[in-house]
Design a protein around this ligand. Structure first.
Ligand code: DSN
Length: 422
């Protein structure tokens, strides 16, 4: 029986939409750096009967009966998360990265307290205190920036000055559009000076940390890490909060997730997380993570050769941010649309010190987690970068775009989305 036979018989609208998405993912290249392809095993767990079960509480301490199997699932997920990231405590219940951050804020602070996080235009995330978010009404957010947008170096002196002035409860490292490594030791040093907790939102680079190709903030002494479980970690959509070693802190986080913020955990999703963590513990995941970086470097080289400005001057991780407006006179929105036409999906993005708007910014953000999962190596990554630039340079030439669409389709056929990684 086909994977979607019941949906097909029962609900034509949703069946058609899923088939459309299958086709889109199979015949196009995904360069959005926060997306990836999960294994069939992860999808099976996510679609399993565990979705039927209510399990408020934590393993061994639930508010409903019938938990012998859900307890087993959650314990495995917790153990594997701790093993992957070298910490003592994990809460695997957050529904995604935003609720993980909100739960963390309420666990570590009182309303009105201050967080020092990365400036949003310099790579920070909405949940790091964007004015439009609800948490911005509850907590006070102050910012640090890059010292030099062309090297990506963080202004640690400014960070320290702001920390001394505002006495934040949390110093937050982490980003969703930044391509360089952070100096976690520096964060810890400053946080100790002002008595703040150190928290890393490693959502984008969790897989790189698990794969051993990016620094682990816990090694520098960070107190807490929040993350999504998809993106480079290649699990189901979801979140989690990790605590290095402080049991009291871990208890606060648990209370803040449930009952503080969420009700029943989604046990199907936690089972899928456990499976993905198991995959990330395999030696093959290290090879995958290394290749993600090599592929990003290969793309960097092609963009540099074409004199297209890269924010941060290049990349140490899985993503790149290109100033296409400054370098080519094409807006991020125009670039997103024209690349979509040839089967390359990425997102428009604000750049540091942006002069345009969020809906039509100067930059594009792209990355290599998904194409690397398809098995592509440096040669193909460079080819994709060349096709991107050729398409942007010839955005009004239909024949060129058709040829590039065919080239992308051919690559997709050569590198189909895999079903299993073990
Ligand atoms: N939407 C995610 C990203 O693309 O980075 C972060 O929440």
């Amino acid at each position: 029986m086909s994977e979607y036979n019941y949906i097909k018989q029962q609900d034509e609208d949703i069946y058609n939409a899923i088939m459309g998405e299958e086709e889109r993912e199979a015949n196009g290249l995904e360069l959005i750096p926060s997306e990836n392809y999960v294994s069939r095993a992860v999808r099976e767990a996510n679609g399993s009967i565990l979705t039927n079960k209510y399990s408020e509480g934590y393993p061994g301490k639930r508010y409903y009966g019938g938990q012998e199997f859900t307890d087993a699932v959650e314990k495995v997920a917790i153990d594997r998360a701790c093993q992957l990231f070298g910490c003592k405590y994990a809460n695997v219940q957050p529904l995604s990265g935003a609720p993980a951050n909100v739960a963390m804020y309420f666990a570590l602070m009182e309303p009105g307290d201050t967080v020092l996080g990365m400036h949003l235009e310099h790579g920070g995330h909405l949940t790091h205190g964007h004015p439009t978010t609800s948490i911005n009404k509850v907590f006070n957010f102050v910012r640090y920036k890059m010292k030099d947008v062309d090297t990506g170096e963080i202004d640690y002196e400014e960070l320290r000055k702001v920390a001394l002035e505002h006495k934040p409860k949390i110093i937050l490292a982490g980003f969703s559009a930044y391509s360089r490594e952070l100096d976690y030791e520096k964060f810890v040093e400053i946080a100790r000076e002002v008595g703040a907790y150190t928290v890393a939102d490693m959502a984008h680079i969790a897989g790189l940390i698990a794969g051993g190709v990016a620094k682990n903030p816990f090694d520098a002494g960070f107190d807490v890490i929040t993350t999504t479980t998809h993106k480079t970690l290649r699990g189901p959509r979801g979140g989690m909060v990790l605590v290095r070693e402080d049991e009291e802190l871990a208890k606060k986080i648990n209370k803040s997730v449930f009952p503080g913020l969420q009700g029943g955990p989604h046990m199907n999703n936690i089972a899928a997380k456990a499976i993905a963590f198991g995959e990330a513990l395999q030696p093959s995941f290290k090879t995958y993570s290394k290749q993600v970086l090599k592929n990003a470097k290969a793309m960097e080289e092609v963009f540099k050769d074409a004199d297209i400005r890269l924010l941060g001057g290049g990349t140490d991780n899985h993503l790149l941010l290109a100033d296409v407006f400054g370098s080519m006179g094409i807006t991020g929105q125009e670039a997103e649309v024209v690349l979509d036409e040839v089967g390359i999906t990425l997102n428009k993005n604000m750049i540091a010190d942006e002069s345009r708007t969020a809906m039509d910014p100067s930059g594009i953000r792209f990355g290599t987690p998904a194409i690397t999962t398809r098995g592509m190596k440096e040669e193909e990554a460079a080819k994709v970068a060349e096709i991107m630039i050729d398409t942007l340079k010839n955005k009004d030439d239909q024949a060129k775009k058709d040829a590039n669409r065919d080239a992308i389709k051919e690559l997709c056929q050569q590198f189909p989305i895999p079903e299993s990684f073990v």
